[in-house]
Design a protein around this ligand. Structure first.
Ligand SMILES: Cc1ncc(COP(=O)(O)O)c(C=O)c1O
Length: 400
């Protein structure tokens, strides 16, 4: 493996192939090794509208404010953005917000604020939930602070069995927790969507015991799963009495520009502001970030991309469902993982796809190909991808 950038500290698992980016226009990634690539992975990271830079270019072109300001300055785009988020997601109660830079920071701020509001320091989550890269959030989380419930057997639990009677919860004192932090779709692993019964049980118990609900929508938010927020697949959370107290957002909010955000139910605004707790960082509520986010949300709404994500996800599943080389297809909307049969290796498929002009994610651990296409990816592109993908699977299956 010969990489161009020897001075780059790569703290991630690397494939055997190298990818060197050339100047790229429009939606394509141009690479020295494989030429033009359609990026079907970028939605996992940030590019909800693909790599076309128009939201950022337009924002800079139209920017009549400084890129960045001190937190004492209000900028009119701020309230517009909060309103746009609330309207786009059809949230049943009002929210206020803070905008930051990374998803990790958004989740971390939510956790801190729930601690402040409840005067409790413990948090509940699931072992399958990725919450961020910072030391307080990444796995293994500090067991003094975090109780991470392993939901593995909950996926097969019979409906008639009530969580109240499950040994998993017998040692849990719900009244000692500040919050339940839920990642509504397990973005980093096998794309598990935690069962309704389990989630409703934990959320109801936490709320009844004075704790709060944090939805980590860093990956699942802004349309990725075919709903504006991933948690909206759980109907209970769409009702005013069980809707989230906090919603952490990131990634797709800026379509590649690093803006993240925290929506906080407005009923806490006054208490938080008067508490004396102070939290600012260099890019809090920057004009450029909020304007880029507004442009991104406008483009999503104008092209009806959230509803399309649901349809495009169904299209993918329909095209690929019957392949004998696929062990399981997991996903919602355009957040999809394809687990391959053990005789086919995900990295080989990933490499063959590169040769055909498609960049996907893959995991060797789970033998999985990840399709997190930008919401703007056309149905024709997805159909072309499916044909090529099925052919590659067949060839790989024959040669194994
Ligand atoms: C579910 C989830 N939460 C939090 C984060 C952290 O976001 P960031 O990488 O922007 O800090 C990620 C990033 O992958 C994520 O997928």
């Amino acid at each position: 493996m010969k990489n161009k950038c020897d001075k780059r500290l790569r703290l991630f698992a690397r494939p055997k192939t190298t990818l060197t980016l050339s100047p790229s226009e429009h939606d394509m990634l141009v690479t020295e090794e494989y030429g033009d690539l359609v990026d079907l992975e970028s939605g996992c990271w940030s590019a909800v509208l693909g790599h076309s830079k128009y939201t950022l270019q337009e924002a800079i072109r139209d920017l009549k404010y400084p890129v960045h300001t001190h937190q004492f300055f209000d900028c009119p785009h701020f309230d517009k953005l909060v309103q746009r988020l609330t309207d786009s997601a059809k949230l049943p109660v009002p929210y206020c917000a803070a905008f930051l830079s990374s998803g990790t920071e958004a989740v971390s701020l939510c956790v801190m604020l729930t601690e402040l509001l409840t005067s409790r320091h413990k948090c509940l989550s699931l072992t399958i939930s990725y919450l961020g890269a910072a030391c307080g959030l990444r796995m293994p989380r500090d067991p003094e602070k975090w109780t991470d419930i392993n939901p593995a057997d909950c996926f097969h639990c019979p409906m008639e069995k009530h969580c109240d009677h499950c040994t998993k919860f017998q040692s849990i004192d719900f009244s000692s927790y500040a919050s339940f932090v839920l990642e509504p779709g397990n973005s980093g692993g096998l794309l598990l969507f935690p069962p309704n019964k389990l989630i409703k049980f934990i959320a109801t118990r936490i709320k009844a015991a004075g704790g709060m609900l944090i939805m980590n929508e860093v990956t699942t938010g802004i349309g990725r799963t075919g709903k504006f927020f991933g948690y909206q697949h759980y109907e209970e959370f769409c009702q005013p009495d069980l809707c989230p107290d906090f919603i952490a957002m990131g990634k797709n909010l800026g379509n590649g520009y690093p803006i993240s955000g925290v929506l906080v139910a407005s009923r806490y605004q006054s208490q938080l502001e008067k508490s004396g707790f102070r939290y600012v960082q260099s890019h809090s509520d920057d004009p450029l970030g909020t304007i880029v986010a507004l442009k991104t949300l406008t483009a999503i709404a104008q092209q009806n991309l959230v509803a399309q994500a649901e349809r495009k996800g169904e299209l993918l599943r329909m095209q690929l469902n019957d392949s004998p080389f696929i062990k399981e297809f997991r996903g919602k909307g355009l957040m999809n993982g394809i687990i391959l049969q053990p005789n086919i290796h995900a990295e080989n498929v990933y490499e063959e796809l590169l040769k055909e002009g498609f960049f996907t994610g893959f995991s060797e651990n789970y033998n999985l190909i990840r399709i997190y296409a930008p919401l703007s990816t056309t149905e024709d592109t997805l159909i072309t991808f499916c044909h090529i993908f099925l052919r590659i699977l067949k060839e790989q299956g024959k040669s194994s």
